[in-house]
Ligand binder design. Structure first.
Ligand SMILES: Cc1cc2nc3c(=O)[nH]c(=O)nc-3n(C[C@H](O)[C@H](O)[C@H](O)COP(=O)(O)O)c2cc1C
Ligand SMILES: CC(C)CC(=O)C(=O)O
Length: 325
């Protein structure tokens, strides 16, 4: 993914008044200090004893939106009562639909503002490190009293065994209607990589799209998500917001994704690294670094505000090929 970002050049404009840089923006009408969000990642207590509560407090301190994973270590309620961060809730749909429905309804009751349906995981990808290390299955506090996620298997990845036992591989487009019937919250689909799926998502009436390849953890040989962002943006034609994740490590990466039409980026691994290193402070540092780098990139590109970042501020490989024809 990093090499895909490297292939995109930035085309700065000079002699623009950049004495003030405004990174603020909105997603689904919620204000944020910068177009950077926290991607849903599971089990934050593997990184730090305070888990998602620390992550959420950092999101609140930075005034950015956090997406809580369905497979979080802390409960929906614990995270909600820990701070005033704007939170979205990521959903996996289980074979036991009633369990997923209860989680959605708890999220709604506890002030989460949107449901992010992760649609790229009917099954778990073949994660060979997890198989070799005999990855443990998560004990999910959210599901206490609802469903046991303990899978007893002596070999391979217990995470994979857990996913096979619980995730519903029959989930399909018509089920967006089911999800609509159980919540009033906006629904965003995470895992779109083609314009065909972007069009289908709009046909079933989703409120937003997240271009993502799940951090390259699912299917090998899918494209780097940054390389398909633009075609999805074209297909969507501004009808719903398009968010982006995958490989954002620098402010320049955020700048490139915004130039190609993303409304905001989500960041996965860097947040977990910051959490593991220094808890809430570590996550805040990671976000502050990404914000500082974006601010400088905007200044040096002649973009005083997020809306000033346009398609003509980047040059992709396709642009270079076309200019040679
Ligand atoms: C350790 C880990 C756990 C993840 N857990 C989830 C999850 O529970 N739900 C989900 O939708 N995506 C999950 N993802 C994918 C992220 O939401 C995101 O798509 C991806 O990590 C973005 O790429 P980045 O890590 O390069 O920023 C996970 C990713 C990682 C690295
Ligand atoms: C528990 C897992 C299925 C969470 C996930 O989405 C991931 O590890 O990529």
């Amino acid at each position: 993914m990093w090499t895909a970002f490297c292939r995109i050049q930035i085309q700065p404009r000079i002699l623009v008044d950049v004495s003030k840089i405004d990174m603020s923006t909105t997603v689904l009408g919620y204000n944020m200090s910068a177009p950077i969000m926290i991607a849903p990642t599971s089990l934050h207590k593997l990184g730090h004893s305070e888990g998602e509560v620390a992550t959420a407090r950092a999101a609140a301190a930075c005034n950015i939106i956090m997406v809580l994973s369905f497979t979080s270590s802390c409960t929906v309620e614990e995270v909600a009562s820990s701070c005033n961060a704007i939170r979205f809730f990521q959903l996996y749909v289980y074979k036991r639909r009633d369990v997923s429905a209860q989680l959605v309804q708890r999220a709604e009751r506890n002030g989460y503002k949107a449901i992010i349906l992760t649609a790229d995981s009917p099954r778990l990808g073949r994660r060979e490190a997890d198989i070799k290390n005999r990855m443990i299955a998560p004990k999910l506090k959210n599901l206490e009293g609802l469903l046991s996620t303990e899978v007893v298997s002596d070999e391979g990845s217990n995470l994979e065994a857990y996913a096979s036992a619980t995730f519903d591989p029959s989930l399909c487009w018509k089920d967006i209607g089911w999800l609509r019937s159980i919540t009033k919250l906006p629904i965003l689909i995470k895992g779109v990589l083609t314009c065909e799926d972007a069009i289908k998502a709009m046909e079933v009436g989703v409120d937003g799209i997240i271009v993502s390849n799940h951090g390259a953890r699912q299917l090998d040989y899918v494209p780097a998500s940054i390389s398909v962002l633009e075609e999805v943006v074209h297909a969507v034609r501004g009808k719903v917001p398009v968010l982006f994740d995958g490989g954002v490590r620098r402010g320049t990466d955020t700048f490139k994704a915004l130039s190609l039409g993303a409304q905001a980026v989500l960041v996965g691994r860097p947040v977990i690294y910051g959490l593991a290193a220094k808890g809430e402070y570590g996550v805040k540092r990671v976000i502050d670094m990404l914000k500082d780098e974006l601010e400088l990139s905007m200044a040096l590109s002649g973009c005083p505000s997020v809306k000033d970042i346009t398609r003509s501020h980047v040059r992709t490989e396709r642009d270079r090929v076309q200019s040679m024809l």
